[in-house]
Design a protein around this ligand. Structure first.
Ligand code: ZN
Ligand code: ZN
Length: 165
């Protein structure tokens, strides 16, 4: 038994080997909304298996893969990011004879691995707070490292940068 591109099913009964669900679902169908920093050009792809697990209970196992587009919080450039591969594991009790919609559970699984920060690269160095130089491309002369320096050596450095602007 195989089901492609649908997360909704009328579950009569599962064969002992279970059912395979695979395909793609759009972020829109998952009701995950875009925001200014995050947007979506590719659907989430999934490879799942629905297995009988005693009585009329079934277990949903498998994996989701998704890539999102973003505007980097640090350097302001567009980029993309693969979400960490997410292991799906949900149980549905007394599921036989019922209409089951897996959309909500898949949605939550995606939200769990959704990043807090939009970064073009985990190591993106961002822009110099003084002159605006993209530090990924080239060092500037300011000697300000927004991430690691500053307060340790000179508590007023951050303030100076502000006053100069
Ligand atoms: Zn960046
Ligand atoms: Zn600079």
């Amino acid at each position: 038994m195989e089901l492609k591109n649908t997360l909704k099913l009328d579950l009569i009964e599962l064969p002992p080997e279970g059912a395979r669900l695979y395909g793609e679902v759009s972020f829109e169908d998952l009701q995950i909304e875009e925001e200014p920093r995050f947007f979506f050009t590719k659907p989430v792809s999934y490879e799942l298996r629905l297995q009988p697990c005693g009585g009329q209970n079934v277990l949903l196992l498998g994996e989701l893969q998704a890539e999102i587009n973003l505007i980097c919080d640090r350097c302001g450039k567009p980029g993309s990011m693969k979400l960490p591969a997410d292991k799906v594991c949900h149980q549905y009790e007394n599921a036989y004879g019922k209409y089951i919609d897996l959309t909500n559970d898949i949605r939550e699984d995606i939200l769990i691995v959704f990043p807090q920060k939009a970064l073009c690269d985990r190591n993106c160095r961002g822009l110099c707070p003084k002159c605006g130089q993209d530090l990924n491309l080239e060092e500037c002369e300011c000697g300000v490292d927004a991430e690691t320096q500053g307060e340790l050596h000179n508590p007023w450095q951050g303030l100076d940068a502000l006053q100069l602007e």
